[in-house]
Design a protein around this ligand. Sequence first.
Ligand SMILES: CC[C@H](O)CC(=O)C(=O)O
Length: 346
Amino acid sequence: MTSNRKRRKDMSNNFELIDVTLRDGSNAVNYQFSVEDTENIVKGLEKGGIRWMEIGHGLGLGATERTAIKALHSDEEYIASARIAAKEMKIGCFFLHTIGDKSDIDKAIDCGLDFLRVGPNANMEEIRESGKYIEYAKSKGLIVHCCIRKAYAVTPDELARQAKVVQAYGTDAVIIMDSAGTLLPNQTKEYIYAMKDQMRGCTAMKVGYHAHDNLSLAVACSLAAVEAGADYIDSCLKGLGRSAGNAPTEILTAALKRIGYDKGDFLILQDIAEEYIGRKASESLESISLSFGYAGFHSAFYEMIEKAAKDYHLDPRALVLETCRRERLNLTEKMIGDVAKKMSGF
Ligand SMILES: CC[C@H](O)CC(=O)C(=O)O
């Protein structure tokens, strides 16, 4: 008992929470966070003891400029307002190699960015394509995380091999993203252990975890990740995020405190969540999310499911489950259409 307590106490500063409300949560509010929301949430999180946060468009740098999904403000406006509001908070942004370019990284640095989170899907091709941005951001002095999306689509060993490749580009941390909220706590640990084993003795590269709450396990999986030795854990106020949302920051900090980790004042964080996120949170909850979590389905593919389900008069939930039995990483309209056709007996 005593040694357990001591071990936990010794570990209390060994990992960081990264609040991603203003980035992942932006997906849930149609990218309409205002500069005022940004300032209030940054100040509130900092008051609650959070030291790292991710902000900006849900799809990362350059998305407002280069996609049809426009945020209320530009990347520069979001970063500059967060920078002004923050005292010591580290401010980060997401980056997709399919959307952003190096000029976006330069502009973000000029506005005061501290860290960049480059997000390839869990396949070697995307990892390699993202590599040049990881190297570039490192050469410009940023802290860089490689957030491997849809990590559940490959085995823990395969993900660890991908992390090894990422490491060669100089990334400071690899974040395991359970983008569909499909992992169970014991599976979460397997991914962290595989990653740590792969890196053992040869690098200072850190490992993080980003949960989604489709099976209401985001907090449990995050705690499991901490227990397995994760260095970073992502969370959002009220769990506000894409699809079923993420691990709620205020609940996670309370649960962590119960087991001996002091990662923030959950009462302050709860007040901030109520004040600034309360009304927005319910908008992100959709009943279909449970099937996404069960099957390991990324919500970004849902439009294709909706269309095929309508065309073939199917229950979209059944189509999600059947599609994911065949493929979870690279879904196409044709593939989903073929599954729907087969299911409907055509
Ligand atoms: C497009 C970025 C994506 O939403 C990253 C993420 O949060 C996830 O995959 O869970």
